[in-house]
Design a protein around this ligand. Structure first.
Ligand code: 5GP
Ligand code: MG
Length: 180
């Protein structure tokens, strides 16, 4: 793992190694394997950030199961509620399935708190959330997090699927923004 890396104008320092991440993701996968024994869950991975987490986790899932990848688009609605979130690519029926949402990072919780009611509306049998990273200090919208690999401080991170202005997703470990 390189000591420091530059992405665009910013310097990042190592935070989580690939080994730490892979072992934590495997543990979560094993927990899911035992929690959902004899069930056939549907994993819904939220793009772009969760693609690497989803791939790593899914390799360790021993259940008969489905996975689909969706994008969330946020736009200003015409109602007073403001921003509306729509999902693109959810081409699988959710009704009566055990759904597990895969997110890269739970930050303020705004995205998921808006998206979860839409999934609930489609009447899954159950709905749980797995996030690679969680910033508890930043979370303002309460979202029940059922599976989490790492709690991290409220600092910007990149790597392992997460980007800074489009770059850095291919880094196999997690780097944190360097303090000035
Ligand atoms: P929330 O709606 O929970 O505030 O934000 C969730 C999304 O913001 C994440 O899925 C992720 O795409 C982005 N995000 C939040 N914190 C970070 C971070 O530290 N680094 C990067 N690269 N993206 C972040
Ligand atoms: Mg995301």
């Amino acid at each position: 793992m390189q000591d420091e890396i530059q992405v665009h104008d910013k310097i990042f320092v190592p935070y989580l190694t690939q080994e730490e991440i892979e072992s934590a993701v495997k543990k979560v996968a094993e927990k899911i394997n035992s929690d959902y024994a004899n069930e056939c869950p549907l994993f819904i991975a939220i793009l772009n950030g969760s693609f690497m987490f989803a791939a790593e986790l899914f390799k360790h899932i021993r259940l008969s199961s489905e996975i689909c990848f969706i994008k969330l688009a946020s736009y200003k609605g015409t109602t007073s509620s403001g921003h509306v979130i729509t999902s693109i690519g959810l081409d699988t029926d959710v009704i009566s399935k055990h759904v597990i949402i895969l997110e890269d990072i739970l930050d303020t919780g705004r995205t998921l708190s808006r998206f979860l009611p839409q999934i609930e509306h489609q009447q899954p049998k159950s709905l749980k959330i797995a996030a690679l990273l969680h910033k508890p200090e930043a979370t303002v919208h309460e979202v029940p997090l059922d599976y989490n690999c790492f709690k991290i401080p409220n600092k910007f991170v990149i790597g392992y699927g997460l980007d800074y202005n489009g770059l850095g997703r291919n880094i196999p470990s997690v780097y944190q923004l360097k303090e000035d």
